[in-house]
Design a protein around this ligand. Structure first.
Ligand SMILES: Nc1ncnc2c1ncn2[C@@H]1O[C@H](COP(=O)(O)OP(=O)(O)O)[C@@H](O)[C@H]1O
Ligand SMILES: [Mg+2]
Length: 325
């Protein structure tokens, strides 16, 4: 963006500085992915980067005789030994996983296995019966609602339906967290709204109501709104479900850019293995209440556990996987 259209930011206050850094982040992130061809190139390069990273990690593991993923010294999100039951139905039974800052974890598993419940527990919308949950070292289980609201400023959720305010236009939806934060004049809010809309390639929807948008568009707007709060981590619940393939790829590309360029930590609930292949550093596979697998994507693909194999085989049957590196 040229200086001419940058909002005038008065000299330093914390809030101004943080909005200024949001603007420079947006400058860096500005999408040039606008055509199917561009998307294909972006997807191919993302796949190449992942393949390279996976090969490097495998060589490193082999050279150092490491059978398991290296433990993350200080996980950004740490979910340890968590259990929850509804009545006498155990949904999560001593489930553990962790995610380092800037990593992407994909949570896989069949419908009803507790994927969404895990995300809701993580943000304190649901209380686990036992276990430990830490975000950036802070104990979520011990927090009151006020503390949880503070955490939700740093870790935001993109819900399946976008959870947009139906009576507000797209622009007003995105402006909401900016206004709530305070410290910005209206011109600055409008500049940021249009930059965020450009980023998710939805500028033309600014005056529309959510009810007139497709599911994919709603998810893009929800991501833009999440970014307005300048989060450190974003949790996505089934971001590609009921979305056309091009839009799905677009969303995947956006999640990748947020990771690589802003260092955002992501947890992505999905049943789409292709999507997971492209995005995941780590995989958690939930089955029958347990964490059947937790490790790197490469290890997941190589895993000989019959339950994992069966899940992969079903998905491969539905949609062939790209060749493993
Ligand atoms: N608040 C709740 N009260 C009772 N049962 C629930 C509640 N939330 C989720 N469940 C049940 O927990 C199970 C896991 O749900 P969920 O995490 O939404 O599955 P998914 O893996 O498809 O996201 C489902 O059987 C669901 O019906
Ligand atoms: Mg779900």
């Amino acid at each position: 963006m040229s200086d001419a259209i940058k909002p005038e930011l008065p000299a330093s206050s914390d809030s101004d500085e943080s909005q200024h850094s949001l603007l420079s982040n947006l400058d860096e992130l500005q999408s040039d992915v606008s055509s199917v061809q561009d998307l294909e190139i972006a997807a191919a390069s993302a796949n190449a980067v992942i393949a390279e990273a996976v090969a490097e990690a495998a060589a490193h593991r082999e050279a150092n005789h490491i059978d398991h993923p290296e433990p993350i010294v200080t996980p950004y999100i740490d979910f340890e030994d968590v259990s929850i039951a509804f009545g006498d139905r155990k949904i999560l039974d001593h489930v553990s996983f962790n995610v380092g800052r800037g990593q992407t974890l994909c949570i896989l598993g069949r419908s009803g296995v507790g994927k969404s419940v895990s995300l809701r527990i993580l943000l304190g919308f649901l209380k686990a019966d036992s276990g430990y949950i830490r975000v950036d070292g802070q104990d979520i289980m011990a927090m009151d609602e006020r503390g949880l609201q503070e955490v939700r400023k740093h870790v935001t959720m993109v819900f399946q339906n976008g959870a947009l305010f139906d009576s507000l236009t797209v622009g007003e939806n995105i402006a909401f967290p900016l206004r709530e934060k305070g410290g910005l004049v209206e011109d600055q809010v409008q500049q940021l709204v249009s930059r965020l809309l450009e980023l998710v390639d939805q500028s033309e929807t600014v005056d529309r109501l959510p009810s007139s948008l497709s599911m994919g568009q709603k998810r893009c707007i929800a991501i833009a709104r999440a970014l307005a709060a300048q989060p450190e981590a974003i949790l996505y619940d089934e971001p590609t479900t009921m979305v056309d393939p091009i839009m799905g790829r677009n969303i995947g590309d956006l999640i990748q850019r947020l990771k690589h360029q802003l260092g955002i930590t992501s947890i992505v609930v999905t049943h789409d293995m292709r999507f997971a292949m492209r995005l995941a550093d780590l995989v958690l596979f939930l089955e029958s209440g347990t964490a059947r697998f937790f490790g790197t994507i490469r290890e997941f693909l190589d895993c000989t556990d019959p339950h994992v194999q069966q899940f992969l085989a079903l998905d491969t049957y539905a949609l062939p996987l790209p060749a493993a590196s």
